[in-house]
Design a protein around this ligand. Structure first.
Ligand SMILES: Nc1ncnc2c1ncn2[C@@H]1O[C@H](COP(=O)(O)OP(=O)(O)OP(=O)(O)O)[C@@H](O)[C@H]1O
Ligand SMILES: [Mg+2]
Length: 232
């Protein structure tokens, strides 16, 4: 069985359906991209996994059914979710945000993880006492990813890391994502509208349109031009 399985999952916000009968699977160590236009259901798919939206169907992580767990239980099961818009605490410093990401671990362990995050993200190390709200957009995105890594997740969910960033900064952030995946042998589900970057880091991609999974394949088989048609 795959590491993560979503089996005929539908999701709704109150009476508003947002995801219809979606099935997907992720192998251990694999990076999956969720591609699609605004409103296609990318964020909802990630929220379904981290239990931030009500779903029907089955969601199984490493043999464990997530669908009856709370958001915090899913986090304890090893899922870290970097939300759209990052969700860093702007009043707190870089270091304080990272400490929160390691919630539950012992102090010494938090220090060890933080120094690992700083190794991967030297720009955060330089700014560790700076308030998160004063970081640039790209640095905030890096902090959000760093904070997620502090929990040493088994599954990392990334929601539109490129959102609001210049092409240059997006490229920096993606370089970091690629390095993180390689160094830590991570399993990642990445929602992204920027098809080019997502296809570069992902092994396979699912294309979503209006809440339905329309296509799936290894990224080298999915043509960017074809995927862009779905996004139009
Ligand atoms: N809190 C909510 N309440 C009601 N409807 C919602 C809510 N969040 C999302 N939706 C609806 O669910 C559908 C899917 O939204 P979702 O946020 O998953 O799309 P997305 O692919 O992430 O889009 P984007 O690229 O704009 O982030 C949309 O039609 C949206 O309007
Ligand atoms: Mg979204």
């Amino acid at each position: 069985m795959s590491f993560l399985v979503m089996d005929h999952v539908s999701a709704r916000y109150g009476n508003i359906p947002a995801l219809f009968d979606a099935s997907l699977s992720v192998e251990r160590g694999e990076t999956i991209a969720l591609l699609g236009a605004n409103g296609a259901g990318k964020t909802t798919t990630l929220r379904s996994i981290s239990r931030m939206v009500r779903t029907s169907g089955r969601i199984v992580l490493d043999g464990r059914d997530l669908s009856r767990l709370s958001t915090s239980d899913v986090a304890r099961a090893g899922v870290a979710h970097v939300p759209e818009g990052r969700g860093t605490l702007v009043e707190l410093t870089v270091k304080e945000n990272l400490v929160l990401g390691g919630y539950g671990a012992r102090r010494k362990e938090i220090r060890r993880r933080m120094s690992e995050v700083f190794d991967t993200l030297p720009r955060l190390a330089e700014r560790q006492d700076q308030r998160a709200g004063t970081l640039s957009g790209g640095e905030q995105q890096m902090l959000a990813i760093g904070r997620a890594l502090m929990s040493e997740p088994r599954l990392l969910l990334l929601d539109e890391p490129s959102l609001g960033l210049s092409p240059r900064t997006t490229s920096d952030v993606y370089e970091l994502i690629q390095r993180t995946i390689r160094e830590r042998d991570m399993t990642v589900v990445l929602a992204e509208q920027d098809v080019g970057y997502a296809m570069e880091v992902a092994d396979r991609a699912y294309v979503l349109q209006a809440g339905y999974v329309q296509d799936v394949g290894p990224t080298e088989d999915l043509q960017v031009s074809l995927v862009n048609q779905y996004l139009a």
